[in-house]
Design a protein around this ligand. Structure first.
Ligand code: COS
Length: 379
């Protein structure tokens, strides 16, 4: 057991922190306010290699481990949680999904541009009637010669309207349930594939969340990832890694809440002294710091298991379940410490709460994480 970060991990934290401070912090409030996608900053993040951190160098990535990736998502999310999820989806769902389960031709065609930030990816599993009940896929993919014809709607798709490449789960044999689902790589511009609606959200407002519509959308059979019927397992396995990314996003938001609280507590005076001298404030800060450290440890543990090639699904679920709760609690406490100032938009802590809440919902709600954890213990 080694709790020391490597030289590479330190360097990644430093690079991500510098990038976030210099390139993301200015304008993050305005982007949130205007619900504006961070296109320019995203290109710069790509040029650092942070959009394909775990993609092998052979395919244009920087070939780093999951721990490095989690560190980078944490640092980015500390400053801009919208960018955190944009980056997380591209890295751990799209790039990882293609790299781990795609064939050589698919890796060759898609990974380079996705890893460099030239192109952006999205992951389309959820549907109006398939959120937590993910195997209840109504989007159909019918085989016609050397292609599949896709029909259906996908909901809550992060990066959806900006993505160049979308991994779409669809039923190739609906009566077979989870065993009748397949995954397809669908390119933007394919006839029949349109963005149906943009969501207006509570938080992570500068990330893009949309519904996608497929109407007689013809996708070459060469774009199916894995065999027919392997799509549900693909989605579940890929989401396991995605949950480490969301845990990292949550840790980042929680840490930002703590940092803001410590700063404010030292500056704000009440009863003739800084409020940092009050035990009521000290106890809150101590609880926040302890929870964040524990969440970070769970995140690193899941990442380390993944890097060691060991099963890590329940550990990733624990990390996400705990870190997302800590993010919400930390943001709430940060607002309480800031008092009235915490409730207004002049300070960032109200945004931390709005951004934190989604980490308990997407890539599997907290209830789903509990199911995953309990099943692993009771099977
Ligand atoms: N790895 C590999 N295989 C898995 C798996 C995993 N993590 N989870 C499930 N499977 C397999 C099961 O083993 C089963 O195959 P067998 O019958 O051969 O054993 C098959 O998939 C169906 O699994 P199960 O019966 O458990 O499916 P359920 O419909 O009960 O759903 C949950 C399981 C609820 C865990 C799943 O639907 C889920 O994770 N839902 C949340 C989805 C999600 O995160 N959505 C967010 C979208 S991205 S924003």
């Amino acid at each position: 057991m080694n709790f020391e970060p490597t030289e590479t991990h330190r360097m990644i934290r430093e690079t991500a922190r510098k990038f976030a401070q210099e390139k993301l912090a200015p304008g993050s409030m305005e982007r949130d306010e205007r619900e504006e996608f961070p296109s320019a900053a995203l290109k710069e993040l790509g040029s650092l290699g942070f959009m394909g951190m775990m993609v092998p160098e052979q395919y244009g990535g920087i070939g780093l481990d999951t721990i490095s990736y989690a560190i980078a998502v944490e640092e980015v999310s500390k400053v801009d949680a919208s960018m955190g999820v944009i980056m997380s989806v591209n890295n751990s769902l799209v790039c990882f999904g293609i790299n781990r389960y795609g064939n050589d031709d698919q890796k060759d065609r898609y990974l380079r541009d996705l890893a460099s930030g030239m192109k952006l990816g999205a992951f389309a599993l959820s549907e109006p009637e398939a959120g937590s009940d993910a195997s209840n896929q109504h989007t159909l993919a019918k085989k016609m010669g050397h292609a599949y014809i896709l029909n259906g709607t996908k909901n809550w798709i992060t990066n959806g309207s900006t993505a160049d490449v979308v991994l779409v789960m669809a039923a190739t044999d609906r009566p077979k349930g989870p065993k009748g689902i397949s995954t397809f790589i669908v390119e933007r511009g394919t006839p029949g594939f349109t963005v149906a609606r943009k969501e207006r959200k509570l938080g992570i407002r500068s990330s893009d969340t949309v519904s996608l519509s497929f109407q007689d959308c013809r996708v070459p059979a060469a774009n199916r990832i894995g065999g027919e019927g392997e799509g549900f397992t693909f989605a579940m396995k890929t989401l396991e890694g995605g949950r480490i990314g969301i845990a990292a996003q949550a840790v980042g938001i929680a840490q930002a809440s703590l940092d803001a609280s410590v700063k404010y507590a030292r500056e704000r005076r009440a009863f003739d002294r800084p409020i940092a001298d009050l035990q009521a404030i000290q106890f809150k800060i101590a609880e926040m710091a302890t929870g964040i450290e524990a969440a970070r440890m769970l995140m690193f543990r899941a990442a380390a298991l993944k890097d060691a090639g060991q099963p890590f699904g329940p550990e990733a679920a624990m990390a996400k379940l705990f870190a997302s709760r800590i993010a919400v609690q930390s943001a709430l406490e940060a607002i309480q410490i800031h008092g009235g100032y915490g409730y207004v938009r002049e300070y960032l802590v109200e945004r931390y709460l709005r951004d934190a809440k989604i980490t308990e919902i997407y890539e599997g709600t907290s209830e789903i994480q509990r199911i995953v954890i309990a099943r692993s213990l009771l099977k």
